[in-house]
Design a protein around this ligand. Structure first.
Ligand SMILES: [Zn+2]
Length: 268
């Protein structure tokens, strides 16, 4: 299995992260638009040209990550519409940058008496907006990767859509499009059903992977080996799947170190 490694660029401007990646033999950068230095509106035509040229020169592939607070399921229609519009702009930006895909959260359910009851209509709203987003993806030939989220603790005022397998079963059976895919966040999956069920259920849909460790309860983005994810088994399953997308680090230490640690589990 030829692996591609990279990371979420959420600390520094994308240009700086590209230089770091080139120096450290990393092949993919996901630009997090929540970072003040990479806000959507900062991507002028000139900046887009610079980043695109750097990525081509260094042979680094790109993806775009809209802010995690994006909510396609907001029950206030004008807000969910604005979120959809924002996501469409991200798809256009991805096209302009030559990025391969856009990785997005679905949204969240906030301050409800009965979260279980609120989930179904919220997911319905997200699916309707996703249908529109997927049309835009097809127009611009950019893939969308839905990211699975972490299960929030009991009593939390907010829960994310996509924190469980069932949500994705409903989404992928409602929208059958090659432009709609999955970004499997391994740490997030580990806070609920676990990683392997996602691989079994959605293997061919997975076009990107986020990796970090935890204890199965709290999504605290630990370094590889500092939680209880059985990495050797996980990496073996990816080999069997013939997964060819990138592994993107979301740990607390440098992406170069995280890459080395993960590779160790593959070879051992
Ligand atoms: Zn992630």
């Amino acid at each position: 299995m030829k692996l591609k490694f990279g990371f979420l660029a959420h600390n520094r401007p994308a240009e700086k992260e590209l230089q770091y990646a080139a120096k450290n033999n990393l092949n993919h950068i996901e630009i997090d638009l929540f970072n003040d230095q990479n806000l959507l509106e900062s991507f002028t035509q000139k900046r887009i040209r610079v980043i695109k040229n750097m990525a081509e020169k260094f042979q680094i592939s790109l993806s775009i990550h809209p802010p995690y607070i994006l909510n396609l399921a907001d029950k206030i229609q004008i807000i969910s519409e604005a979120n959809l519009r924002y996501l469409k702009y991200c798809v256009m930006l991805a096209k302009d940058l030559g990025a391969q895909f856009v990785t997005t959260y679905l949204g969240s359910i906030n301050h409800q008496k009965n979260f279980a009851k609120a989930r179904r209509p919220a997911l319905g709203r997200a699916i309707e907006n996703l249908k529109e987003a997927v049309k835009e993806c097809e127009n611009y030939q950019v893939k969308l990767a839905l990211e699975n989220t972490n299960l929030m603790p009991k009593g939390s005022p907010i829960f994310y859509l996509g924190d469980n397998l069932q949500d994705f079963q409903r989404i992928f059976s409602g929208i059958n499009s090659p432009w709609l895919n999955l970004c499997l966040d391994l740490g997030h999956a580990h806070t609920n059903e676990g990683i392997i069920p996602y691989l079994k259920e959605f293997g061919p849909k997975i076009i990107s992977v986020h990796f970090h460790d935890n204890d199965g309860r709290k999504d605290d983005h630990r370094n590889i080996g500092n939680g209880n994810i059985v990495w050797k088994k996980v990496m073996l399953n990816f080999s069997n799947l013939k997964y060819s997308g990138p592994f993107l680090s979301e740990t607390r230490e440098s992406p170069a170190i995280s890459k080395r640690k993960l590779l160790k589990y593959l070879i051992e």
